[in-house]
Design a protein around this ligand. Sequence first.
Ligand code: PHE
Ligand code: ZN
Ligand code: ZN
Length: 380
Amino acid sequence: MDTLIAPQPAAPEPRPPRRPGRGPLIALVAILGLIALAGGWALARASTAPRPLTDPTPVAAPQSGIAGAVGVRSAGAHLEALQRVADQNGGNRAAGTPGYAASVEYVVGVLRAAGWDVRTEPFQLGGASHHDDTDHDDTDRDDTDRDEERRAGRTDVNVIAQTRTGDPNRVVLAGAHLDSVAEGPGINDNATGVAALLDIATALGGAPDVPNALRFAFWGGEEDGMIGSSAYVEGLSRAERKTVRAYVNLDMLASTNGGYFVQGGVGDDEEESGPAASAEIAKLLVEQLRVAGVEAENVEFDGGSDFVPFAEAGIPTAGVAAGDGQRKSRADAARWGGEAGEVHDPCYHRACDTLANVDPTKFEAFTDAVAATLVRLATG
Ligand code: PHE
Ligand code: ZN
Ligand code: ZN
């Protein structure tokens, strides 16, 4: 198998970590997008410009007017918009509900305004689910029954957006699930992944000057067992699967007691590591997180998220995450701060997964690192 990216010279000097903000969180979240976007954009350009073995052309299209675009279309604004969607729709954005439909509408609008080619692709929500063996806490019988009712016979959609430039036979795919659990608004899980991708899509514009096409996916039905992403992969022909060079997954980027995890590319077997070239994607993400000022931990795939169907189909994949319901280790607390023995996200799958459940420092570092990684993959 050929490598995903061209060899590159030594990694750039890391910049020092930014200090976490101290002001009111909402205000921080509101200005965060501007910082993250400016940083991500600078990084994206820096990652291509000095490397002779990659396309020397900077990602030129959005350079004009980018500063103006950032202020209104910041990552923080996307988080706020999805919080509002939940508030106006019974407190959640779960698959098969009006809150999910409104989330779809929001994402489609942002992507179209950014100049991307956008479509919605229906799938059976109540159809054969992939595995549902994740740490979903379905202890309440009534809730489970209600969930079944909500799903039965319904269709839902994935949102799929693609750039208008770049080789469509060499696709760099990134995705984040757009649904929440029924118990809450799902802002860390996973409006953060969605907002990061919307921010990056807006910064790049629909026609970036890179050799490969970029495709962003917003999955439905993840919380019900990765239904949307599984349907998508199953719907690809053998030939179409080969055109997807890499899949980067974003799920929970701002866990308040979390860390910097890059999933994939390591482990004893393919189930843990994913297909061989997954290691290249994971290494890029770790490298770009270092550039963003943090030391990430590269871990094996564990638990369910939308990388699973891709790994099973032999498509190289890696993910970023700040952590879910697992407890923080002493070693992780020592290097990243936070409380050892407490869960990474205290509001995981709960009603309190709101705007107040977002750590802007982590969110910014992940957004910057993913932006630079995607540009690098699209250039190689
Ligand atoms: N997918 C899980 C959820 O949405 C959490 C998770 C994130 C698991 C990242 C693995 C990797 O609840
Ligand atoms: Zn979840
Ligand atoms: Zn999730």
